[in-house]
Design a protein around this ligand. Structure first.
Ligand code: PHE
Length: 447
């Protein structure tokens, strides 16, 4: 049977951008900026994104498109069947773990979308009220479980249809929608009185706030946001046409991801400042601080609906990419049909996700290193596992693959003259700069 593939270059691009743009942009980026001192963090983030993460993105792209197979087989085949295949297996399993808790947050956004549709946030007079709505949701048993189920089900339903008709079509409709919603909110928020303080916070750097921890956080966020180290980009790249331009596609994805993060920052921070709230409220920023802000803002009810719709759409276009990694693996290596792979993985992720969901309520007594199970998995995967996956990928491309093969894939056999010129820089970044920087930043973030 012919392997499924993306139908067009723009479709492939929107699917990759869909994977990249997610909760990482709308939920994680703004609160990290808040916690790490605003503009200076953004500058570090941009530098790391392009100097380190873009070369890793391109590395994953090269591997996937060269092998035209799932991530496990990519590592196995390109290394000639050595122990690298275990790295391949690692990149299959990690996204499943992330998908499991990601789906719980996706579920929260469904619940918040429903709440905003009934205008539950309008006239919210006190911040405490918003906090307790959130606490009540996450600590309860059934509502978040149900929402997690619905989110995961929609994810599986898109993936079950396939690459061209499922993932690509979905991304082609959702990404433009997402863009217009987020942009509209940002423009509206800038016009609010008092918004200027928020913009200053975002765009006036204070470098005294930048230390090793902030750099490590920026790098971890850039990995997360670009879906790196997870086999996702590799898997999507395996469905990309051999004539497409890897450099262009990768840069366009990285730029759109950055643009979404910045627009999300502009949509959120000025609003937070305009109502005199603390930007450093951490992960609760989107679910606790914002609903209160929406409650105070003129036409806030409508803005809340749009915002939580955007959050949900962004989360879905990312979750489908995580699921596809393992679906491709089960289909190609274990001879599952697409349907049975989706069913099996739905059950697997549902169970882990359910445990994560309950870890705020009935299972909150179980802690690992002071974290509940949800936070433990989030920290472990975004701070450690993604870093490891990305490190292995650049080392593989820079030191295991043949330089001529990398060159051939990156330049489409020497036919793309701009890529031919850029190759030397890419090779240097992949071989030396990226691995050393990852190791250095990772270690210094630990101490
Ligand atoms: N990049 C996604 C986000 O920003 C998360 C993600 C990570 C998606 C890894 C796929 C793989 O939310």
């Amino acid at each position: 049977m012919k392997r499924d593939s993306f139908g067009s270059q723009i479709g492939a691009l929107l699917a990759m951008a869909g994977s990249a743009v997610g909760l990482g942009n709308l939920w994680r980026f703004p609160y990290l900026v808040g916690e790490n001192g605003g503009a200076a963090f953004i500058i570090i983030y941009i530098i790391l994104s392009f100097l380190i993460c873009l070369p890793i993105f391109i590395s994953e792209f090269i591997m996937g498109r060269r092998s035209q197979k799932n991530a496990y087989a990519t590592f196995k085949n390109l290394s000639g069947g050595s122990a690298w295949k275990w790295v391949g297996l690692f990149t299959i399993i990690v996204p499943l773990i992330v998908l499991s808790y990601y789906s719980v947050i996706g579920g929260w956004s469904i619940d918040y979308l429903l709440k905003s549709l009934t205008f539950s946030f309008s006239d919210m007079a006190q911040q405490n009220a918003a906090n307790s709505i959130f606490t009540e949701l996450v600590t309860s048993t059934w509502t978040p479980l149900l929402a997690h189920t619905v989110f995961l089900l929609v994810t599986a339903l898109v993936v079950v249809v396939g690459i061209k008709d499922g993932i690509e079509k979905f991304s082609k409709i959702m990404m433009p929608l997402l863009f217009f919603i987020v942009l509209a909110i940002a423009i509206y928020v800038i016009t609010l009185p008092g918004a200027k303080a928020g913009l200053d916070y975002l765009f006036r750097p204070d470098f005294s706030k930048i230390d090793a921890k902030a750099c490590a956080a920026a790098l971890g966020q850039a990995f997360f946001s670009l879906s790196l180290g997870f086999g996702t980009i590799m898997t999507y790249a395996s469905y990309v046409d051999k004539n497409d331009n890897i450099m262009k596609q990768s840069t366009a994805t990285a730029l759109s991801d950055l643009m979404f993060a910045l627009i999300a920052g502009v949509a959120i921070m000025p609003a937070v400042f305009a109502f005199g709230l603390d930007p450093q409220s951490g992960p609760g920023l989107v679910f606790e601080t914002l609903p209160y802000v929406f409650g105070q803002m003129p036409a806030g009810g409508l803005v809340a609906i749009l915002f939580f719709l955007a959050l949900l759409v962004a989360a879905l276009t990312s979750s489908i990419s995580m699921l596809e990694v393992a679906v491709a693996y089960l289909m190609e290596e274990k001879k599952f049909s697409r349907v049975s792979a989706c069913v099996a993985l739905f059950i697997f992720c549902w169970i882990i996700g359910a445990v994560c969901s309950l870890s705020f309520g009935p299972l909150s007594g179980i802690t690992i290193g002071g974290n509940n199970i949800f936070n433990f998995l989030d920290t472990l995967s975004s701070n450690v596992l993604m870093t490891l996956g990305s490190l292995f990928t650049v080392i593989f491309v820079g030191w295991r693959l043949k330089k001529t093969d990398v060159y051939e894939e990156f330049t489409n056999g020497g036919s793309l003259s701009a890529n031919v010129k850029l190759f030397g820089v890419l090779w240097f970044l992949v071989r030396y700069v990226a691995p050393l920087a990852i190791i250095f930043i990772f270690i210094s973030g630990l101490i």
